[in-house]
Design a binder for this molecule. Structure first.
Ligand SMILES: Nc1ncnc2c1ncn2[C@@H]1O[C@H](COP(=O)(O)OP(=O)(O)OP(=O)(O)O)[C@@H](O)[C@H]1O
Length: 324
């Protein structure tokens, strides 16, 4: 288990991580989410003593600096391409294995596991981002650690690679390991993570299970298919529901749950052909939860803002005229 307590980090006047405390449980995948610049990488660096700040992180009750062979307990990948510039992938891992009193054969095992056996004698400087991610994971798994901390491990992987990574992390968690992983791929995170830590501008927004996050930050909608729609709409609005009609005539109802709608339809003799609760996506919940804490806000995409990219300004016209 990881216990992070009161983590804080400033860069000059800027507070990058602001009093973050959370626990990461073994046996589960915990996703670490936040908009760009929210402080995820800084938090991970603080956890691993790679950055100076305040607060404390305990791994199964012990501080990082008291662990004799950290690679055998904590596997981490914070930067995809941080490998020795001249060594081959295999030698890079063999050196690390030696430093942690692990057998050299372990390098080949983890290379095989991540699918890099064919390129093991090549230098990682020539690797694609996806290959570098696989090598990073191999490095993290070298010491068969009980804890994994991975910053954006899916970045650069193709769809097969992402699918593979998900299966790997879920099965490592099922073995009882503690997995803490950041990602911007929310659809992937919704398939992979059991728990979430969500931050914005360095502060905690949510810590708990994925379903709880979606429920807290979105409103579920009930799709109602009925031949008596025009009659039932008024009833539903009278119950305080918000009702929209979609093109096929179904009603999209929010503010009242499906059992309440079904009971009322039954009482009023309304015929229901379908009643389905539609839960919002993790992406919708993320946007709702972190919108106010977004640091880098782009223009909304509409015709006017798109034209900013394509229409030459008056000044440009003048310049072009001058140059002609
Ligand atoms: N070395 C640094 N010097 C100054 N400011 C920094 C430094 N590193 C990070 N920051 C600032 O700290 C804040 C948190 O950055 P961090 O990289 O931890 O965010 P992040 O959540 O990992 O972002 P992203 O999702 O874009 O990778 C940002 O505002 C960033 O500009």
């Amino acid at each position: 288990m990881i216990t992070a307590q009161s983590l804080r980090k400033r860069y000059g006047d800027k507070v990058a991580v602001d009093d973050l405390s959370f626990e990461v449980q073994p046996g589960l995948v915990t996703g670490f989410l936040g908009p760009n610049g929210a402080g995820k990488s800084t938090t991970m660096r603080l956890m691993l003593d790679l950055d100076h700040g305040s607060g404390e992180t305990l791994f199964d009750g012990r501080r990082f600096d008291t662990i004799r062979h950290p690679m055998r307990e904590i596997g981490a990948v914070l930067e995809a391409k941080s490998f020795h510039p001249t060594r081959t992938a295999r030698n890079h891992l063999r050196m690390l294995a030696a430093g942690s009193a692990l057998p050299a054969s372990r390098a080949d095992e983890v290379l095989e596991f991540v699918g890099l056996t064919e390129v093991r004698n090549k230098k990682p400087s020539g690797f694609s981002l996806g290959m570098a991610q696989r090598l990073g994971l191999a490095q993290a798994l070298l010491g068969d650690p009980s804890t994994l901390i991975l910053d954006e491990p899916a970045n650069g992987l193709d769809p097969h690679g992402i699918h593979w990574l998900r299966d790997v992390l879920k099965s490592l968690a099922a073995q009882g390991r503690t997995i803490f992983v950041s990602s911007h791929l929310l659809s992937e995170m919704s398939l992979m993570a059991d728990e979430l830590v969500v931050i914005g501008r360095g502060s905690m927004i949510y810590n708990g299970d994925v379903d709880g996050f979606v429920k807290r930050f979105t409103q579920s909608t009930v799709r109602v298919k009925t031949p008596d729609a025009s009659e039932f709409v008024e009833t539903l609005r009278g119950m305080g529901a918000t009702v929209d009609t979609v093109p096929d005539g179904d009603l999209m109802v929010s503010g009242v749950d499906a059992p309440t709608i079904g009971d009322r339809a039954h009482d009023d003799g309304i015929r229901l052909h379908e009643l389905a609760t539609q839960t919002a996506s993790l992406e919708t919940a993320f946007i709702s939860a972190t919108g106010a804490s977004e640091e880098y806000v782009a223009h909304e995409v509409n015709e006017e803002t798109t034209n900013m990219l394509t229409e030459p300004s008056a000044a440009d016209d003048t310049n072009r005229g001058g140059a002609a």
